[in-house]
Design a protein around this ligand. Structure first.
Ligand SMILES: [Zn+2]
Length: 151
């Protein structure tokens, strides 16, 4: 079932999620190169065999990328960095000797708990709504407009 594009009125539209699936193509290429180079002290020949394997996405597919869940690894790394920086800042700026303890762990745990809560909240409450909205999106194959039918 297709809907009319609200922008250019074309009926050449389809679900954005289908465009995304179609745009994901497996790429397996093999490149062989023989290069001759005439240097100052004689010729040098280089032979190169390069193998590339990966996922290639078309332009439309890249724009159609679904919303992603947040990683639970990032909070740990970022909180640790913040903890170290806080410790450095206190050691550097504080005149009071009493404050010059090691605050890395305290700051790390504080930032981590807030960040983990935020990540959990996003993944369990915000992301499902974004995903549902994304699943309802259509894309116009003529002008590239993305839209929700009936809005
Ligand atoms: Zn259009």
């Amino acid at each position: 079932m297709s809907y009319e594009c609200p922008h250019c009125k074309s009926e050449n539209t389809n679900k954005l999620s289908i465009s995304y699936e179609n745009g994901l193509t497996q790429v397996k290429t093999r490149t062989a190169g023989i290069g001759g180079l005439l240097g100052l002290f004689g010729p040098a020949i280089g032979v190169g065999l390069v193998r590339t394997r990966g996922t290639h996405q078309t332009g439309t597919s890249l724009r159609a990328t679904p919303p992603r869940k947040k990683s639970f690894i990032k909070p740990f790394i970022l909180s640790f960095i913040v903890g170290c920086l806080a410790n450095l800042a206190i050691a550097f700026y504080s005149a009071s000797a009493a404050l010059k303890g090691n605050v890395t762990t305290e700051v790390f745990l504080l930032v981590l708990s807030v960040y983990l809560f935020y990540t959990w909240h996003f993944n369990s409450r915000v992301w499902p709504k974004q995903m549902a909205a994304w699943n309802g999106l259509f894309i116009c194959n003529r002008c590239g407009e993305t839209f929700t039918p009936g809005r």
